[in-house]
Design a protein around this ligand. Sequence first.
Ligand SMILES: C[S@@+](CC[C@H](N)C(=O)[O-])C[C@H]1O[C@@H](n2cnc3c(N)ncnc32)[C@H](O)[C@@H]1O
Length: 219
Amino acid sequence: MNIEQSVEQHYSVDNLQDTILGAIEKSGKDLKSIGGVDLAPVDEFHIRGREATHELADLVELPPSAKVLDIGSGLGGTARLLATEYGCQVTGVDLTRAYCEVATGLSVHLGLGTKTSFQQGSALDLSVESGSFDVVWTEHVQMNIENKLVFYTEAARALKPGGKLVFHDALERNKKHGPPAVGLHLLLGPTGKEKFMNVLQSLKESRVVVIQAVLTKSA
Ligand SMILES: C[S@@+](CC[C@H](N)C(=O)[O-])C[C@H]1O[C@@H](n2cnc3c(N)ncnc32)[C@H](O)[C@@H]1O
């Protein structure tokens, strides 16, 4: 099994959309009227969730109707936030086919099927046109990628001249009490607690740092 296959295996969860919507419904919400905030505990799979995404969006000063490529788009939470709150047109690419399917399903459920789209693919071999995006966005994906040179080369290729690469990388914070009804444990499976603890330990030992950055492609 190569790295990409093991990454996909690591993230894949069966029946995920039903699990997420079922958990939200169980928490007392009407599925017909849910929005990004209701999905955020599970579809913003990075440290500080929507807060971090807002912070980055403000930092990059997104132009209205910006074309954004979200590399490693996961369940599409960031794409939907950028589409609804900043008017962006977002294309997501993710290695994990199951995530792309759920991202598409959730966007359709929220009426964002035309503002966001998701395709299965590798960050290291993007099937997107060169120079076609105003912004390349990526959150908590590089930590899964060994060949950073190819990652950045592909991100730069996708950008228009003067376009911006925006990133935020590393992991989660501790929970004192059991998991909430809707949360990342739905994605992490039975070894979720162990995965969280590994990340915390890595942060404590300074083997991991959290970085937010905006880089501009030369014109
Ligand atoms: C921790 S999740 C973050 C998802 C999303 N960016 C977010 O913040 O909610 C990491 C994601 O990166 C994806 N990923 C990892 N390696 C990748 C690669 N080489 N190409 C594309 N996606 C990749 C995984 O499938 C997973 O969806």
